[in-house]
Write a protein that binds this ligand. Structure first.
Ligand code: CO
Ligand code: CO
Ligand code: CO
Length: 304
């Protein structure tokens, strides 16, 4: 808890530490099967972010039995189970309650070798930063609720959120990296600020290099930002400096609260291109080097 990391870690022996995490939320897409997949990918992600291997999962379900039918319930659980199987994780149980508001997620248990544990505190001056998924899921989900998003974009965003961070995690572990976190509710800048704080460094980001869904700028300009994104901006704005040339809506995108976002990886500069190439070869085509780690300065993050 002290290091504000992605998951709880408990050392069992010199060789093995347990990683435990729990995540659940209300639906973000209309398609129940897709929602189940996204919720599972999101819950598994914290184990991947810490360099671990998830082993078991348990379902957590709050379901309004009186208003929603069992078909929806089955679709959600099927989405979750399919994603869990894809991750080669075993579902060992769960718990459900009757609730007015639908919520679904998982608790996940994984393992890691204690020396290979990746936290928020390992970033070193000179490191490069790689982000593996495009930003904008919070803004686009808000636009979906307003009925403004094309089917094609809904499909692309859903697919991105349902994509496991497993391959990215395995590739970064193969190459060896210094720190990692996944981008979720605090947005890119919120999670990056925590990483900078815990590592006692500052980060320099180039906003033009940050991958975003192509249509997200339009929606952000229309002010379609979720409440969480504004809270992120409010909380961190004093410790983050934007170049004057960066428009307000781009700042909103950088603070946008993500669901099942990508990994933010810190690694030595001579390894950055190698990892980026391997990520792209593995189909993680939106991955990009978005900045670097510098000596701790006045601001946690400076963005050009
Ligand atoms: Co996390
Ligand atoms: Co989490
Ligand atoms: Co029970």
């Amino acid at each position: 808890m002290e290091n504000l990391d992605d998951a709880g870690v408990y050392k069992l022996s010199d060789d093995v530490a347990l990683i435990q995490t729990v995540d659940f939320f209300t639906p973000i897409v209309d398609d129940a099967y897709m929602f189940g997949q996204i919720a599972a990918a999101n819950a598994l992600s914290d184990v991947y972010a810490m360099g671990g291997r998830p082993l078991t999962a348990m379902n957590i379900l709050c379901f309004p039995m009186k208003t929603l039918g069992t078909a929806i319930l089955e679709d959600i659980l099927r989405g979750g189970i399919d994603k869990i199987h894809e991750a080669e994780v075993v579902l060992i149980g769960g718990h459900s309650v009757d609730d007015d508001e639908l919520k679904y997620g998982l608790s996940v248990t994984g393992i890691v070798s204690p020396e290979k544990l990746l936290t928020n505190s390992g970033a070193r001056v000179g490191d490069r930063l790689i982000l593996t998924k495009p930003l904008g899921t919070g803004i686009i989900n808000t636009a979906i609720k307003a009925g403004l998003v094309s089917d094609d974009l809904i499909e692309r965003v859903s697919k991105s959120m349902a994509t496991l961070n497993r391959t990215a995690s395995e590739l970064m572990q193969e190459i060896g990296v210094h720190a990692c976190t996944d981008i979720t509710g605090f947005g890119l800048l919120g999670h990056a600020a925590r990483l900078a704080e815990q590592s006692q460094v500052s980060l320099k980001l180039d906003s033009e290099l940050v991958p975003c869904f192509s249509e997200v700028a339009d929606f952000a300009q229309q002010g379609l930002c979720p409440g969480g994104s504004f809270r992120n901006k409010d909380y961190y704005k004093d410790r983050i400096k934007f170049a004057d040339s960066i428009p307000e809506h781009m700042q909103d995108i950088l603070f946008d609260a993500q669901t099942s976002g990508g990994l933010l990886i810190c690694l030595a500069p001579d390894k950055a291109d190698l990892l980026l190439n391997r990520l792209k070869k593995a189909g993680i085509t939106e991955a990009a080097i978005i900045g670097e780690v510098v000596e701790m300065g006045q601001q946690l993050i400076v963005i050009d």
